[in-house]
Design a protein around this ligand. Sequence first.
Ligand code: GDP
Length: 296
Amino acid sequence: MASTLTERLSRLVKTMRGQARITEDNVQEMMREVRMALLEADVALPVVRDFIARVKEKALGAEVVGSLNPGQVLVSIVNRELAATMGEGVSDINLAAQPPAVILMAGLQGAGKTTTTAKLAKHLIEKRKKKVLTVSADVYRPAAIEQLKLVTRQAGAEWFPSTKDDQPLAIAQAALDYARKHYMDVLLVDTAGRLAIDEAMMREIAELHGALKPVETLFVVDAMQGQDAVNTAKAFREALPLTGIVLTKMDGDSRGGAALSVRQVTGAPIKFAGTSEKIDGLEVFDAERHAGRILG
Ligand code: GDP
């Protein structure tokens, strides 16, 4: 197994003991290790470059205090910057809207949208005491509608029926009317996804966004997607004003570098992490813990 960043840096700092300041040379050498650690974690290259430039600026001339050596100081700067970048603006689901607050779920097929929709429904019922309705606008895959029905039942939320013969916009409108009439607090709208970015899909979800005026538009992305996550994130950011990210499949063995990439590309906060296939496998995103995982 590759050694951790901390181990690699401590090897480097053996030669730097007794220094009071971090010098340009120290930083150069260490940044090579940081860069490698981020690339190994599958952070996208342009994001790595940008991040390194920021850390470099902070590290240069940083004082080495007390018993810490320059390597330890640098590791803590990298850790802090990583956690700060990923943790910026983190908050629970925003429900500050005239009820029903609409939450639109966006992402590629297989990212975990349907599963996450049910997990969020459960979260909102249990933690926020809300009355939740779900609906699927995925008219291309009848199995997806059935899947949402099943997991919504597990979540203890209400499910609004739709069929493959309906138009996504009409489904969304009907669900919204029903939610209003039945005093629902939240309407979660699951949408169609393709295996790759597709213009028609983007147009459709942008139309849904225009009609529903959601208070949250969540981008659901598979943490295992690695480098590709950047392009997916870009395409969704261009089509929709994203308000948050849910990073799924964090129970997999990826180092989760997609978190940093997607955070940087979309500018949206990472709100939740999916941690299993089960309905209760959803956690509030912990940026500090995740920084440790990325750096190894
Ligand atoms: P969708 O096509 O975006 O709606 O994706 P689904 O919700 O159908 O999920 C695709 C697959 O990923 C299913 O087998 C889910 O059980 C699985 N899945 C979703 N979220 C997670 C997660 O956080 N961890 C794990 N291990 N599997 C997940």
